[in-house]
Write a protein that binds this ligand. Structure first.
Ligand code: GLC
Length: 544
């Protein structure tokens, strides 16, 4: 069966007509684990500066940097105590200015993480807010009186386990925290909070950062009546506690788009910046975050490759649903991994991780690549005494719940500590780092790194891949095939998402030339009427 998606888009076939965040590839740097230069076992900004050649050779266009702000690190930087300065663990503001300049000098962009839902409990705003019921910032956070029995005001729970409310003695009230108690939620219904945070954005935009990835953007508003969340009938033991209730009063609330559009208006005061939103939502709901008039997020993150099963029918269906629901003029995006989810190489296995990379980098929409995935880094193995992730500490042992496994250090070479540090790193290296590292893979044309470099180069060389339309050709029985087209440039991608050999006919690829195969060894082959696709293989076929 051949399925069709509309190939028509209103977009120019010439990549030069597109903003950088459409035609480019985003690479997530997790600063704790990229490169240590101070010998404390933790990565830092000078370390990122020292590794820019890697990013240039890979060919990425933008770095999204997870938080480097001043933080007590209860949640590894997602608990910000000063939005306008760099944590000394990572360096100085001057280092960050140097990073912005160095990336720009190489034609790359810097996207900062922006964490507006909550601050650290050590942020001066919260310290002041918690000090009394009458201070100038008394209503900057979500304070509530106790329930009649003296307990928490309602049944809202923390994403990291346990109740979502913490008692504060000086005020004799509870405050809400969607994450740790050290991460009190700001009250985004308070215009003073909105204005203060807009000024934070301007502070960074004026320094030259090219955009923001907004943390948990769908969490910012909560039900103003503080109604209980309903129970989740589908919750099963072994799943995180927070799933016992449905987050319908605490997430994705009416009015949220006004806040998103407010961020966008601030970005639009400057040239050529990008607004990315983090949201774990259905395709239908995430599409709402583009805004009613495309005046919301440029790229509401699409996490469905991490959320949904990896099979041809599902991924093909995802493309079609996404293309159908995208508002006219909205630009799609795809994400395969990040610092909160198990590694793609472990989720899918090393062979399918190559196929998935081929999908990510040939799909229509901006790809976001997580550091380490380009060398096929699998999940780390974290002994219990070395667990750092607060989510894992609060609810140990749930499958896929330990985020440390995706946060282990980059493995650069076969030297001590894989070239990451001169001392034992904050999280252990993945066993086998002596051979699974950037230096070894750079020298091996069949490596995962070489595959990534070639895919990104192809994306750059083919307007069809960078900005073209997409049409799903086949999505069944292990085979996902789609056509990308921009003007005269036409590329067909065939992916075997299963473990069995596929023999098929595909008229759209007939006469095309294979320019890359996931397993290697087929470059230059001209495709005939019958095509054979080995298990776990993928083909990029130039058809122009
Ligand atoms: C986001 C971050 C995650 C963090 C959470 C709370 O999901 O990606 O790492 O723990 O927000 O800020």
């Amino acid at each position: 069966m051949t399925q069709a998606t509309s190939p028509d888009t209103p977009f120019s076939p010439d990549p030069a007509d597109h903003p950088w965040w459409r035609r480019g590839v985003v690479y997530q740097v997790y600063p704790w684990s990229f490169q240590d230069t101070t010998g404390d076992g933790i990565g830092d900004i000078p370390g990122i500066l020292a590794r820019l050649d890697h990013l240039a050779e890979l060919g990425v266009d933008a770095v999204w940097l997870s938080p480097v702000y001043v933080s007590p690190m209860a949640d590894f930087g997602y608990d910000v105590a000063d939005y306008r300065d760099v944590d000394p663990r990572f360096g100085t503001l001057a280092d960050l200015d140097r990073l912005i300049a160095a990336l720009h000098a190489r034609g790359m962009k810097l996207i900062m993480d922006f964490v507006p839902n909550h601050t650290s409990d050590r942020h001066p705003w919260f310290v002041e807010s918690a000090s009394s019921r009458t201070n100038p910032r008394a209503d900057w956070y979500i304070w509530r009186d106790p329930a009649p029995d003296g307990g928490p005001p309602n049944n809202w729970r923390s994403m990291f386990g346990g109740i979502g409310w913490e008692w504060s003695q000086p005020r004799g009230q509870w405050y809400y925290h969607a994450f740790l108690k050290e991460q009190p939620d700001l009250d985004w219904r308070n215009p003073a909070v909105v204005a203060a945070m807009h000024d934070v954005l301007r502070f960074w935009l004026a320094r030259g950062v090219d955009g923001f990835r907004v943390d948990v953007i769908w969490h910012l508003l909560k039900d103003p009546a503080f109604r209980d969340n309903p129970p989740n009938p589908d919750w099963r033991p072994g799943e995180p506690e927070v799933r016992r209730i449905l987050q319908i009063m605490t997430c994705d609330q009416p009015g949220i788009l006004d806040l998103v559009e407010g961020f966008r208006r601030v970005l639009d005061e400057y040239d050529d910046r990008v607004l990315i939103g983090e949201l774990y939502l259905t395709i239908e709901r995430l599409c709402a975050y583009y805004g009613d008039h495309l005046d919301g997020a440029h790229l509401p993150f699409n996490f469905h490759l991490m959320m949904d099963p990896w099979d041809a029918e599902t991924v093909g269906g995802l493309i079609e649903e996404y293309e159908r629901r995208l508002p006219a003029g909205a630009w799609p995006n795809w994400v395969l991994g990040n610092h909160d989810n198990p590694r793609v190489a472990s989720r899918l296995g090393p062979a399918q991780a190559r196929v998935a990379a081929m999908f990510l980098l040939t799909a229509r929409g901006t790809p976001t690549l997580f550091q380490g995935d380009e060398i096929g880094l699998p999940n780390g193995v974290i002994p219990p005494e070395r667990v750092r992730d607060p989510q894992e500490k609060n609810e140990p042992g749930l499958p896929g719940h330990d985020r440390d496994i995706a946060r282990t250090p980059m493995q650069w070479d076969a030297g001590p500590f894989a070239g990451f540090s001169t001392v034992e790193p904050w999280l252990p290296l993945v066993p086998g780092w002596e051979t699974r590292n950037v230096a070894a893979q750079a020298a091996d044309p069949a490596s995962m790194l070489s595959l990534h470099r070639r895919l990104i180069a192809l994306r750059r060389a083919h307007p069809a891949l960078a900005v073209g339309s997409v049409r799903v050709l086949v999505a069944e029985a292990g085979l996902l095939a789609y056509e990308r087209r921009a003007g005269d440039d036409r590329v067909v991608v065939m992916l075997n998402l299963g473990g069995a050999l596929i023999e098929t006919r595909l008229a759209e690829a007939d006469g095309g030339q294979i320019v890359l195969s996931a397993r290697g060894g087929r470059d230059g082959e001209i495709v005939g009427a019958r095509i054979t696709l080995a298990a776990d293989d993928g083909l990029v076929i130039a058809c122009d």
